[in-house]
Design a protein around this ligand. Structure first.
Ligand code: CA
Length: 223
């Protein structure tokens, strides 16, 4: 049974959301403050985060930035402010989805379910040559050692790992690894490939499994 963590300071909204989630068979936990989210996530066992943007102690955006530094857990923002700027900012910071208040509990549960399903599907790849993708921990190991990856490095490498040897263009990688590639350009892909290469070399000196296909894109050698 997936566990959903809700960070929401308005008790009426929290009660409605918790009731709806539990009615669908999810385990739902509730915190009131943004500062409680990261410590709870570090304990493990949270499958999805519902994060209110307007929390009393810190903004949901700041909380998102902090948790994305170490976690790829699916995250959906809840916000009363329904304008485009907030939506774009939230997605740029690494949210997976965005629900504007007021929302119906049914809609919220449907979005949660869709997001969890998608996440589970993304996690089906396993050992590929020297690489190993751990779907639960959102980790990738290289020669048995876990890579310490940012969210986008993880998404980029996972995408290349899904089809070893296949050449993916920068545009394809942007499209798949950056769900919210609104502001990002194709150079973003190059930048992340560069940091990924450094991390791979740190594990196996001299190795360079990511191939550049000039003017075309990148592919990954897994053996
Ligand atoms: Ca609030």
């Amino acid at each position: 049974m997936p566990t959903i963590l809700l960070a929401e300071d308005e008790s009426a909204i929290a009660a409605t959301v918790l009731y709806a989630l539990r009615g669908e068979g999810y385990a739902a936990e509730h915190v009131l403050l943004g500062g409680e989210v990261v410590p709870r996530l570090r304990q493990g066992g949270v499958d999805l985060v519902l994060l209110d943007v307007g929390l009393p102690d810190r903004s949901g955006f700041d909380v998102c930035r902090d948790l994305r530094a170490f976690s790829a857990v699916p995250l959906i923002f809840l916000t009363a402010r329904n304008d485009e700027v907030d939506r774009v900012l939230g997605l740029e910071l690494g949210a997976d989805d965005y629900i504007g208040k007021p929302f119906s509990p049914r809609e919220l549960v449907a979005r949660v379910r869709a997001r969890l399903r998608r996440h589970a599907n993304e996690g089906q790849a396993q050992a590929r040559g020297r690489f190993e993708l751990d779907p639960d921990g959102h980790r990738i190991r290289y020669d048995g050692q876990a890579l310490d990856l940012t969210r986008y490095e993880y998404a980029l490498l996972a995408e290349l790992l899904r089809r070893p040897g296949a050449i993916l263009s920068r545009a394809q990688l942007l499209d798949r690894a950056w769900e919210a590639a609104l502001e990002s350009g194709e150079r973003t892909v190059d930048t992340h490939v560069k940091t990924l290469r450094a991390k791979l070399r740190a594990i196996v000196p001299g190795s360079d499994p990511i191939r550049t296909h000039r003017g075309v894109g990148y592919s990954l050698d897994v053996d």
